[in-house]
Design a protein around this ligand. Structure first.
Ligand code: PSU
Ligand code: MN
Length: 350
């Protein structure tokens, strides 16, 4: 299904803003940006379409205008029609996962791009949307100290003044290092009605946050202060999954461990203790002979931007419907909180 053209006009910035979003922005109304990777790469059809529509409905019910962002035929779109949303949902992985680094290429080649958190933040800021709701953001991957696989979501948060509402990050990632990296990037991290940074499927991660917020108004004041001071950096509001939807943390965690093993990047990260010495000698020799040869010891050698979708898929398969349903519930809850924050912020500006 190829994306249809819209009634949105492409403005001077090369971005097509839907009439509804444009009108809301012009009157200083509440607008909430939404990403599209979650639709194309995060959930199966037709659940992805149903969820995307329900999330937009939650935003509307709470007084804000939803602005789902994607690149259609090379044109970045902010605010999609129902038909366009459907096209995204049906096309799924045919839409390229588009982070900041991929934007120029997808646009130049007239391609279709599903925007990740970094790319969605970029476009939201470009058109003046300060609030963005998603499920989970990317982070520092486990073994990130070796692979340097750190999501561009984190650097984007460091340099783009958009507030991202998420349920924290999944424990497929290294949560303590993700928080360290956000600190280095100067990102304000606040947890909503809790003192702990949530781990997506569970409310707990063992990591405390430097800032706790208890209402949308409190969040709006922080966003307002950030703007007034021209800090230039982003804000992450971490909202724990609603208690009634928290699937069994242990079951999901063990599924995550299994998936992690399958995606294992380094074949010698955990060698058997007894053969450690011999193994190291073998590896060094092998690497000297041929790097490719090592591949046969790697389980699947999933690397780069394929890791997150792979891990998310495996977790889904291993946990069955429970993780998908929990995922949908938490995104809708984030949409509710995000819309209320957008309304509170718009009230502060009036
Ligand atoms: N985490 C989730 N669900 C998602 C993603 C992350 O729980 O759908 C998506 C988001 O679009 C996020 C991206 O911005 O994956 C991060 O990918 P990477 O790790 O390759 O930067
Ligand atoms: Mn990565």
């Amino acid at each position: 299904m190829s994306p249809s053209s819209s009634s949105s006009s492409t403005g001077p910035m090369g971005v097509a803003v839907s009439p509804e979003v444009e009108a809301a922005l012009a009157r200083g109304g509440a607008v909430v940006a939404l990403e599209s990777t979650i639709i194309c790469h995060g959930m199966p059809y037709p659940k992805n379409l149903q969820t995307a529509m329900e999330v937009e409905a939650v935003v509307r019910e709470n007084g804000a205008v939803p602005a789902t962002i994607a690149i259609l035929n090379g044109v970045p779109h902010v605010g999609l029609s129902g038909e366009q949303l459907k096209s995204l949902a049906v096309s799924g992985r045919q839409f390229q996962k588009t982070a900041r680094r991929d934007i120029a290429h997808v646009v130049a080649s007239g391609g279709n791009g599903a925007t990740t958190v970094s790319a969605t933040m970029f476009f939201a800021h470009k058109v003046g949307i300060p609030i963005f709701v998603t499920g989970g953001i990317g982070g520092v991957h486990r073994n990130g100290e070796q692979t340097m696989d750190i999501s561009s979501d984190l650097t984007e948060l460091g340099k783009t003044p958009v507030t991202v509402i998420s349920a924290g990050v999944k424990s497929i990632l290294d949560i303590p290092r993700t928080l360290e990296y956000l600190e280095t990037q100067g990102v304000t991290v606040a947890a909503y009605k809790t003192n702990e940074f949530p781990a997506f499927f569970t409310e707990v991660s063992g990591c405390k946050v430097p800032c706790r917020v208890d209402s949308p108004e409190e969040c709006a004041k922080i966003i307002y202060a950030n703007k007034n001071l021209h800090l230039g950096s982003g804000i992450l509001i971490a909202v724990p999954i609603p208690k009634e939807h928290a699937a069994s943390g242990n079951a999901i965690e063990s599924a995550i461990q299994k998936a992690l093993k399958e995606a294992e990047y380094c074949p010698y990260s955990q060698p058997p203790a007894l053969s450690l010495y011999l193994f190291c000698v073998f590896v060094i020799l092998t690497e000297m002979i041929s790097n490719d040869f090592l591949c046969c010891f790697r389980d699947k050698n999933i690397i780069g931007n394929a890791i997150t979708p792979f891990m998310l898929d495996r977790v889904k398969v291993l946990t069955g419907r429970s993780s998908l349903e929990a995922n949908i519930a938490l995104v809708k809850n984030n949409a509710l909180v995000g819309a209320k924050i957008a309304v509170a912020l718009s009230d502060l500006h009036q």
